[in-house]
Design a binder for this molecule. Structure first.
Ligand code: ATP
Ligand code: MG
Length: 175
């Protein structure tokens, strides 16, 4: 699976709709301090189902919504879309996450409303996801070096593409 396109609207500093084509071979984002590099990586992880506001550098999840500046009012929603070339048995798949103030998050896969878990599972089966070691965000190298063995094992399981099995096992145990 390859991510071909990332679209954002109202997400953090990306108040205006932004449409980024991700070409094969892209390995990093460069730019001046504060231009939004980390926000872009966070948008990817967020649309994949990241649920920890702290890892989005916020106190609550609504903090990902554009908060306003001296010249522009805040936004009421944030939306991020990921377009993949294929996923499982399907061809192009678009995953969208949207959050509205006071209304929480909603997910869509190819226009169909789905649960957060469906999105996490879809990415886990494609051996990637919000916690994939392939997404090296700021401070991540230090975190890997100082990780406890159990945390490092979780990283290896993500890399091996078996992380989704834990979710399914937990599901089965609850039934
Ligand atoms: P550095 O090189 O320092 O790591 P960076 O390119 O990674 O910088 P980011 O951390 O992605 O930059 O972007 C920081 C900018 O995003 C700041 O100007 C911050 O005010 C802005 N920002 C973050 N959250 C929001 C929000 N909810 N609404 C508006 N702006 C936001
Ligand atoms: Mg940064």
């Amino acid at each position: 699976m390859q991510i071909k396109r990332l679209r954002l609207s109202g997400f953090k500093s990306f108040v205006d709709p932004a449409d980024l084509r991700i070409e094969p071979g892209l390995t990093g984002i460069v730019g001046p301090n504060g231009c939004g590099k980390s926000n872009l990586l966070e948008a990817l992880r967020w649309a994949m189902g990241e649920n920890s506001p702290k890892s989005m550098r916020g106190a609550g999840m609504e903090d990902v919504i554009f908060a306003g500046t001296a010249t522009r009012p805040q936004r009421d929603f944030a939306e991020v879309s990921i377009l993949t070339d294929e996923m499982g048995d399907e061809g192009e798949v678009e995953i969208v996450r949207r959050i509205e103030r006071g209304a929480g998050s909603a997910y869509r896969i190819n226009g169909r409303d789905v649960r957060a878990k469906d999105v996490s599972l879809a990415f886990a089966d494609a051996a990637t996801g919000a916690h994939s070691p392939a997404l090296v965000s700021q401070g991540r190298i230090g975190a890997i070096i100082s990780a406890k063995p159990a945390e490092r094992r979780a990283m290896l399981e993500e890399a091996a593409g078996i992380a989704g099995l834990h979710v399914r096992r937990k599901d089965a145990e609850q039934k």
